[in-house]
Design a protein around this ligand. Structure first.
Ligand SMILES: Cc1cc2nc3c(=O)[nH]c(=O)nc-3n(C[C@H](O)[C@H](O)[C@H](O)COP(=O)(O)O)c2cc1C
Length: 400
């Protein structure tokens, strides 16, 4: 089988050096990558690096190898074009259809999915011109990854940083896997919770659960690759932030509730994949609870935590909002799932059985997605990403 053909466009930002790592990930995972830098990009990383790492000649303009008509052929032959970093200038040119170098020509001739990973100073990113250009590109079907927040060129920090190349690679992999499918969540804002809450007993101990957050992260990553703006509320996951996803870290169920209620009014869909503790210790000891000679420990008194899924299902923050819950069950899985769906009042409930090599901590899962309309969608044993895609298929259908 031919290797998938990827065009890696590199424009002239300080983060151009990070594209070397993206290039390496793409080639090592079996992609045939052609690098098309801009003239400015070569001020940051030279043509020799791109050529040696990709195994292809490198040109910035349309006047080399004219007999091969590269200004048309490179774009026509691509399965994916990814521009990383994408400068403010490149976003403007792409939005307005300019074609004054090889990369801009390639963007006009490509009919495959296109991913932009912008990186620039916060002022440039927030400027209405840039925001309108990004909106135009998204409306036309491109996936534009939100920049990360962090250290920028010089001493500045803020939004505008290129996400980690590993995470940009993850977006590319998912967009490629979707092939010609439209980014059907473009223009949507989705809220995902992931991980497991921890309910502190004292400064060193907590009551927790075995959720790793992998299913929630798979949901966040797949939604981003389908064009959504994603807010991920992460409870004790310890995983790197997915590219283009706004991550809010929380610890306890009460904190998770606060974060969900704050973000939900702006969300088209809320997917509650986090394992939220049903109970928390009634009291928190400000000092470490000590063993006492000859005495049994005090019993731990628990109180109920708020039921976040029931709360957001009952009081939809906006009309038409789709709410999805998760249920990990050990017995009577489907019957328990059905009654939980009714009790909570959500639109979809992903029911999975707790077991070896699935659900908590594993890379795989197997589930049935129950719908409030009586539907049942079985998802066979496979990567958590596949279950995530099915959830978004069902959500996208309900969002219309
Ligand atoms: C040191 C330095 C760093 C720069 N970093 C960025 C950047 O991160 N993002 C950006 O949009 N422009 C950045 N620029 C400005 C661009 O290089 C400039 O707009 C250029 O015209 C972009 O050309 P291109 O889009 O054809 O690559 C930087 C310029 C310099 C001198």
């Amino acid at each position: 089988m031919d290797k998938p053909k990827v065009v890696l466009g590199v424009s002239g930002g300080i983060a151009a050096y990070k594209a070397c790592e993206l290039l390496r990930r793409l080639t090592e995972s079996g992609h045939d990558v052609r690098v098309v830098p801009t003239e400015s990009a070569l001020h940051f990383v030279g043509a020799a690096t791109w050529s040696a790492l990709s195994g292809h000649p490198v040109s910035t303009e349309v006047w080399s190898d004219v007999h091969e008509v590269p200004h048309v052929r490179i774009g026509q032959g691509a399965d994916l074009v990814v521009v990383a970093p994408a400068t403010a200038d490149m976003l403007a040119k792409a939005a307005h259809g300019l074609a004054d170098d090889l990369l801009t020509n390639t963007l006009l001739t490509a009919r495959c999915p296109v991913v932009f990973a912008p990186a620039m100073h916060t002022e440039m990113w927030e400027h209405p011109a840039t925001q309108e250009n990004v909106a135009t590109l998204r409306r036309r079907g491109a996936v534009v990854i939100e920049p990360a927040v962090g250290r920028l060129t010089g001493v500045d920090t803020g939004k505008g940083r290129l996400p980690d190349p590993t995470e940009i690679f993850e977006v590319c992999r998912r967009v490629l896997a979707r092939g010609a499918a439209e980014p059907d969540l473009a223009g949507r804002h989705v809220l995902v919770s992931a991980g497991g809450t921890r309910e502190p007993l004292d400064p060193v101990r907590f009551l927790g659960n075995r959720s790793s957050g992998k299913q929630g992260y798979a949901l966040a990553r797949t939604a981003a690759a389908r064009g959504a703006r994603v807010t991920l509320i992460a409870a004790n996951t310890g995983m790197p932030d997915p590219a283009g996803v706004d991550v809010i870290q929380v610890g306890t169920a009460v904190q998770l509730r606060e974060a969900v209620l704050k973000a939900a009014p702006d969300a088209d869909a809320v997917v509650m994949a986090a394992a939220v503790a049903d109970f928390r210790p009634a009291a928190y000891a400000s000092g470490k609870i000590k063993k006492k000679d000859g005495q049994e420990p005090e019993p731990i008194v628990l109180v109920r935590n708020p039921d976040i899924l029931a709360e957001i299902s009952a009081e939809r923050a906006r009309p038409g909002q789709v709410v999805v819950g998760f249920a990990a069950e050990t017995d009577d899985v489907l019957a328990n799932g059905r009654s939980k769906l009714q009790r909570k009042g959500c639109d979809l409930l992903v029911v999975n059985e707790v077991g070896e090599r699935k659900t908590f901590g594993s890379e795989e899962n197997e589930a049935v997605v129950l719908g409030a309309d009586g539907s049942e969608t079985p998802v066979p044993y496979g990567p958590k990403e596949a279950l995530a895609e099915t959830v978004w298929d069902l959500v996208a259908r309900r969002l219309g």
